[in-house]
Design a protein around this ligand. Structure first.
Ligand code: G7M
Length: 309
């Protein structure tokens, strides 16, 4: 799908009109997000699964003027002394959009299982267990999982969203807004740096040979963030282990943003990664024991249980 502004919105809206919901996969009141599984009938009559994420975006009230609440329609509420409250609809462009949707269509079983509420399991991965369980899983990832990454690196999609690029094949990368961020609100800034170099699958592959690349991302993230007036000392940079996609990328967020992805069971701070490799051992991540949490319905967890069972 191309990324022109309203034409993309129109295309997604047309898709969603054909969406039949089947199951609420998950709901998270704290991030005001819900994940739905459904079917979408294709133009050829065949139907396929779709995962739709709906969330309430943060307010961006910087330019709010006197007409802010002119369209407001409120329902049931309460008044008590000087306190009153009600819920309803803003109907106001000044308050920003009230819905953000993202669609995965057609969705694979892996997409569906990733978004379905599930029990979580802790694993402690030694280098030996990496070699026995995880590496075969990473090697078996279908190339199609990285099509969106290749689309970005080859400028086929999201090209106009790139805020910084270093084109060097070894130490270069692109920085652009993560799909989770609509760019309206700098306090929730969420960018992703995707490296040009192919074949660095995860944290486990990083060695001293990659220090120039990692330091380059560290340095240039500040230039990208300037675009949104986020200062260099308000950035949180981290790498997920396990990632969802095995092509090295670095998450760059405003420190003000508290997102699920920054939790200790997944996020490895880029500064620490650089220091571990530079100051402790060039092969730190080939020797380290790494702990993380997996969904109990994930394929990787089933490989762990098959190995221990
Ligand atoms: O968990 P992991 O470290 O693999 O995170 C991948 C990141 O890439 C997540 O923060 C996703 O929101 C982001 N992402 C995933 N896709 C499919 C896209 C995409 O198509 N475009 C952009 N800009 N970000 C994406």
């Amino acid at each position: 799908m191309s990324s022109g502004a309203s034409s993309t919105g129109d295309a997604i809206a047309a898709l969603l009109r054909r969406f039949t919901p089947l199951e609420v996969l998950n709901e998270d009141p704290s991030s005001k997000t819900a994940w739905l599984l459904g079917r979408i009938d294709g133009e050829d009559g065949a139907s396929a699964s779709a995962v739709v994420t709906v969330e309430r975006p943060p307010f961006s009230l910087g330019g709010a003027g006197p007409g802010l609440f002119h369209g407001i329609a409120l329902g049931e509420g309460e008044q008590n002394d000087i306190y009153s409250w009600a819920t309803g609809f803003a109907n106001s462009a000044a308050l920003g959009p009230d819905l953000r949707v993202s669609v995965i269509y057609p969705a694979t079983e892996k997409h569906i299982s990733k978004h379905r509420r599930q029990q979580r399991r802790w694993v402690c991965e030694t280098p030996q267990l990496y070699a026995q369980i995880v590496q075969p899983y990473v090697d078996a990832q279908p190339a199609a999982r990285l099509r969106w990454v290749e689309n970005i690196l080859d400028k086929r999609v999201e090209a106009e969203r790139i805020v910084y690029e270093d084109p060097d094949r070894e130490t270069g990368f692109v920085i652009l807004p993560d799909l989770k961020w609509d760019t309206a609100d700098a306090a929730s800034m969420y960018l992703v740096a995707i490296v040009h170099r192919r074949g660095i699958r995860s944290l486990r592959d990083l060695t001293a040979a990659h220090l120039p690349l990692l330091k380059n991302i560290r340095a240039k993230a500040a230039i990208a963030a300037q675009r949104y007036n986020v200062p260099a000392d308000a950035l949180r940079l981290y790498i997920h282990y396990q990632p969802s996609y095995y092509h090295l990328h670095v998450h760059i967020t405003n420190v003000a943003l508290e997102s699920r992805g920054m939790s200790v069971d997944r996020a490895h701070l880029l500064d620490t990664v650089i220091a571990n490799i530079e100051d402790i051992a060039p092969d730190y991540y080939q020797r380290a024991t790494l702990s993380y949490v997996l969904g109990a319905d994930s394929e990787l967890w089933s490989r762990w249980t098959a190995h221990s069972g």
